[in-house]
Design a protein around this ligand. Sequence first.
Ligand SMILES: NC(=O)c1ccc[n+]([C@@H]2O[C@H](COP(=O)([O-])OP(=O)(O)OC[C@H]3O[C@@H](n4cnc5c(N)ncnc54)[C@H](OP(=O)(O)O)[C@@H]3O)[C@@H](O)[C@H]2O)c1
Length: 472
Amino acid sequence: MQLYKIAKPFILTIFGASGDLAKIKLFPALYSLMEQKRLPKEFYIVGFARTEKSDKEFKKEFTDSIKENQNEPTDKKILFELEKHVYYFKGQYNDLKDFQNFKEYLKNLTGEKSLITLAYFSVPPIVFEDIIKNLGTTKEKNEDIRLIMEKPFGEDQKSAKNLFHFVARYFDEDSIYLLDHYLGKSSVQSILHLRHSNRILNLMMKGPEISNIQITAFEKLGVTKRTGYFDQVGTIKDMIQSHLMQILALLTMSIPITENTESLHREKYSILSALKFIESEKNIVLGQYEGYKKEKGIPKNSKTETFAAIRLFIDRESWYKTPIYIRTGKKLHEKHTYIVIELKKFAFQPKDEQPNRLIIELQPEEKINIRLVNKHGSSSDYQQITTSDSIACTGDDCLPEHGLLILDVIRKNHINFLSFEEIISTWKLTDSIVNFMRKNSVKIEKYKDESTGPESQNKLTEIDNFEWFDIH
Ligand SMILES: NC(=O)c1ccc[n+]([C@@H]2O[C@H](COP(=O)([O-])OP(=O)(O)OC[C@H]3O[C@@H](n4cnc5c(N)ncnc54)[C@H](OP(=O)(O)O)[C@@H]3O)[C@@H](O)[C@H]2O)c1
């Protein structure tokens, strides 16, 4: 396969270049792009933040964080070459004058050339509007600025709408890239490729054939450093509203015939806007790990959920009465993200016989697994035949999520980014869940650190006589 290489010179401005996202995700992704020789001769990586710092200090931070966060040992020569393209500008996000000076600074750097500029918002959402306004105000006619913003987009439907109206005052929708890093994972992208290329899979993955869908995303880590942010939002907004709804959409949407952005966004929006949470306490289980309130920066009376399990439906004739269970939580016994699609059994099959299952594992391993039931020879016992294969990206052309998505932005390819409509529809559903939780003070169950989560998550699947399928 021909590797995509960036041909044209570009500027990547990273707002909030001193933060975690930049250090843990972006800088290592840039290293991978350099390592794979995908970067052009001329490009500028410019950190913009409020802290006073020299280019030299920033270059050191840049290379140190790559060494720390890159899975493989780094190559000195590559780092040295990459570092030559790195610069730093100190500025306030809310100061127009600083943005005017920044513009002059970039012109000096690039020799007055007008280059494609990627503006990466690696800052907390509270700063987004200042940057949008100042970038928009100083933008010159015909200047090609592409904004890259990471979720969360707002904190509910109303604030997301406000943000989108605000950004639309300054930039066209085409120059806005709304990033959910799960969509940069090759395993998540492969859900659609698998469905698109395998009629046999797609025949199975239809509402009338499926008894239930389960999406599990267990995290071993607790709240880590992002305490302030997490305690404000909780697991439902942090994980379900974005990453897990996207996975659900890719699994259940109608497959567009043309694999282009417009068709994909249309179908994703269509299914996401049909998701339904039936307001009842039996459709939701919340939990908080025992050590949560002892974490630095977490209020002693915090009522934030660190675990959530919900039961949803799709308001569509073809998905009538097919429950969808989603569960996710922090500080659990393992890091494991997987999807289980259970197929319906024949009416004559014994109740205790296992159903056929399609299992797609996304983390830590990436593999697809089909489990069929059979009897061997004269044995009276039923056994499972399992066919399993890796769907992990292998070889030299694999990139971390942020590397892949930066290439997409350069190519003006929105297919792996979100549309305004999708985000608004997932917030609409999330708002209905969160409002229900608050209005009814849904109980938050304590669970032991490093356990499998609250006991009562089982009640959710028992409503329909199913069980969570745990992969061991
Ligand atoms: N970290 C992750 O793994 C992750 C994952 C998914 C999404 N995100 C999203 O990515 C963005 C950046 O995340 P992050 O974890 O890197 O954020 P962060 O570390 O909290 O902040 C990044 C930088 O923004 C500046 N900043 C922080 N608070 C500010 C404030 N109140 N006003 C003005 N500037 C402020 C600071 O730089 P200076 O003080 O030097 O200017 C800071 O180093 C956020 O929108 C976050 O929600 C992050």
